[in-house]
Design a protein around this ligand. Structure first.
Ligand code: IPD
Ligand code: CA
Ligand code: CA
Length: 272
């Protein structure tokens, strides 16, 4: 692994330790929007990450969730989510992570997802494979939708306008289940590690997806948008799968977009 991945992993581990310390101390939160939470841990983690990135790579640009864009003078750009899964963190639900990814001339070339609650470091570099705590990881070989376990998420912002409930229901009825754990980068890392067969989500940001989509590809999987078109980091949605399930999942998504439900949506009883 290159210096980039090794440095990113060390920084994510350090940021994870800050998050763990703050978690022990007790967690308060503020609202960025109606349901969009931010905590002291998001800020402390981001502060540390930016300080370290600027020390190691002074010419690189940075795009970080809490502080936005930091200009650079080279073709390199880091995407930083200092705490992915803030709502979980604020409620002491132990599914969250620190994720960093490096883009060179528009292509993601390195990425890490660190889960400080389980001490799990997922890391990938373009062309070198994906790893969990130093061991190579691979996507599953599940070929049938009805044998699969999948995941999705719901954005905190504009949740009321989100169409995902239709997708959630259809896939919940036609797979072993849909998990909704609340941390996009972990969902992607779990597809890479073979803990999930596929994952989809609408309304994400580049820092949620950059490292995780590289992990999935380097673990032998596939990433696209929800229509099956090439994945775009600046697009809002992602479908990540083990490759074998790509066609059946895209086909199912297409049916759902057309309102052609394989399983009829349940009706509310007219009387209690
Ligand atoms: C959120 C999480 C969540 C996803 C949201 C993201 P944050 O990131 O990844 O799983 O459903 O859309 O915004 O705000 O906790 O960093
Ligand atoms: Ca996030
Ligand atoms: Ca975040």
């Amino acid at each position: 692994m290159s210096e980039f991945v090794e440095k990113a992993a060390a920084i994510a581990r350090e940021a994870g330790a800050v998050i763990n310390t703050l978690a022990k101390r007790g967690i308060g939160y503020e609202l960025k929007g109606v349901h969009d939470l931010v905590t002291e841990a998001d800020r402390a983690s981001e502060h540390l990450i930016i300080e370290r990135l600027e020390q190691h790579f002074p010419t690189h640009a940075i795009v970080a969730e809490e502080s936005g864009a930091h200009e650079g003078s080279s073709e390199y750009r880091w995407y930083v989510d200092p705490l992915d899964g803030t709502t979980n963190f604020a409620h002491s639900f132990p599914v969250y992570n620190v994720t960093l990814a490096l883009e060179r001339a528009g292509e993601v070339i390195a990425g890490v997802v660190y889960d400080p609650t389980r001490d799990e470091m997922f890391q990938a570099e373009k062309g070198s494979g994906a790893f969990l705590n130093g061991q190579r990881i691979h996507v599953t070989k599940t070929a049938k939708l009805e044998d699969s376990l999948c995941a999705t998420g719901f954005p905190s912002r504009k949740r009321h306008q989100n169409i995902n409930i239709h997708f959630y229901y259809q896939f919940a009825m036609q797979t072993h289940g849909v998990r909704r754990a609340g941390a996009a980068a972990i969902d992607l890392a779990y597809v890479a590690a073979g803990r999930l067969d596929f994952y989809w989500e609408f309304s994400l940001n580049p820092w949620d997806m950059a490292a995780g989509t590289l992990l999935v590809r380097e673990a032998g999987g596939q990433c696209s948008d929800m229509r099956g078109k090439p994945f775009d980091l600046r697009g809002n949605d992602v479908l990540a799968d083990n490759g074998l399930l790509h066609a059946p999942v895209v086909q199912m998504i297409d049916r759902i977009y057309r309102g052609d439900y394989a399983v009829p949506m349940p009706q509310m009883p007219t009387e209690p």
